[in-house]
Design a protein around this ligand. Structure first.
Ligand code: FES
Length: 397
């Protein structure tokens, strides 16, 4: 019979084989060749290896990187507790890109903490809000960069202070990259986003973090909701698909040249409406469980600069979490929002959030096909169809 070399195996088969390997063997396989190296970087392979260290590592990263602009934690086992330091120090004031795809332990609490960390635009006048949105966020500087805490020490021992001359002085934020997206294999949304000339690269003059990639453009994730069909299947449960992980390669499937709204347009919109985003301030969490109870963030530097947010597969998210994001000034610069696989949210919750996101690009707005939400005819459908490792009410169809 014909013998087939292991190097001829398709990547989806390699991925299944690699699932049986431990971290040391995965590292060895990653050094065999470029293809194996790429496959071994797939997030789902590493997801369950060190669940405890994920939380501790993320807490340290968030504490030590106060000027973080890009955070990708795709397919990790992190839970809400990893983000507690955000509410403490407001370190996500400069955050532009947050990808929590596949982080299915995330709940509404993380969104509440995120909203707190981004700051409160409602504390500012409309003029000041518009001014804040034009200026780059002030970087935060570690008071003593040589006194960083050793591994394991509480992140709360850190003291931050604003850089002298901060806002308006022309200093851009120091760009701290926690994880190098170019070295991860499954950052689907981020790759698509960057390939279209990601805003952060255009507006800040930074280079794109991804190389241009070709693709078939035929993947399910790019279809319009108009073309999707609704099955009436209950969204109260979902199942893992047996169709394999590699059927939906989002990072290479999208090639249509969709122009994005620019930050300037978002600013103009905000100014034209007098900053009339639907500002809601009522807290939906109670007592000690409310992250705001511990919040010590200085609100004077609030910018809410988030432009990209993916919660794909975070099926525990509810309307309560969406409401947290729409509070405190909403997300005035947000253009990409992926809520695929968020089975518990409703059309009303989506509508409330969308009303607080005036810059949202409908082409980059994804949610469950079985939810009758805003822009149902034009928004993109769920990205998790036929995806074997993220929540979707229609997986396996
Ligand atoms: Fe409903 Fe994917 S979550 S279609």
């Amino acid at each position: 019979s014909e013998r087939v070399s292991i190097s001829a195996l398709p990547q989806e088969v390699l991925l299944r084989v690699f699932r049986f390997l431990g971290p040391e063997d995965l590292c060895r396989c990653g050094q065999v060749c470029s293809v194996w190296s790429q496959v071994t970087r797939t997030g789902s392979l590493w997801r369950h290896l060190y669940p405890v260290r994920w939380a501790r590592g993320v807490r340290q990263i968030l504490s030590l990187c106060p000027n973080l602009t890009h955070l990708d934690l795709t397919q990790t086992d992190i839970s809400d507790s990893a983000f507690d330091s955000w509410a403490e120090f407001g370190v996500c004031r400069t955050l532009e890109h947050l990808d929590l795809s596949g982080c299915d332990k995330i709940t509404d609490r993380t969104l509440k903490i995120l909203s707190l960390g981004l700051g409160d635009l409602t504390a500012s006048s409309p003029d000041r809000r518009a001014k804040l949105l034009k200026a780059p966020p002030s970087p935060i500087k570690l008071q003593d960069e040589h006194s960083l805490p050793p591994i394991g020490r509480s992140c709360q021992d850190l003291i931050f202070k604003r850089r002298p001359g901060g806002r308006g002085s022309g200093c851009g934020p120091a760009h701290v990259w926690v994880l190098d997206p170019a070295k991860l294999a499954d950052i689907e949304d981020a790759a698509d986003w960057s390939r279209r000339g990601g805003l952060s690269a255009q507006e800040s003059g930074r280079g794109s973090i991804f190389e241009q990639q070709g693709g078939s453009g035929s993947c399910c994730c790019r279809r319009s909701r108009r073309r999707s069909f609704r099955t009436g299947i209950s969204s109260s449960h979902w199942q893992y698909s047996s169709m394999g992980d590699a059927l939906c390669g989002h990072s290479t499937c999208c090639t249509s040249d969709v122009s994005l709204w620019t930050v300037r347009e978002a600013h103009c919109d905000l100014e034209a409406t007098g900053g009339s985003v639907d500002f809601r301030t009522k807290c939906s969490f109670e007592g000690e469980s409310c992250p705001e109870h511990h919040n010590r963030t200085d609100q004077s530097g609030a910018c809410r600069t988030l432009r990209f947010l993916s919660l794909s597969g975070c099926y525990q998210i509810t309307d309560l979490g969406l409401r947290c994001l729409s509070q405190r000034g909403g997300l005035p610069l947000l253009e990409h929002l992926n809520l695929s696989g968020c089975l518990l949210i409703t059309g009303a919750g989506l509508q409330e959030l969308v009303s607080a996101c005036p810059a949202l690009n409908i082409e980059h707005f994804y949610y469950c096909d079985n939810i009758n939400g805003p822009h149902a005819d034009t928004a993109s459908g769920c990205q998790n169809l036929q995806c074997g490792f993220r929540a979707c009410c229609r997986s396996g169809e």
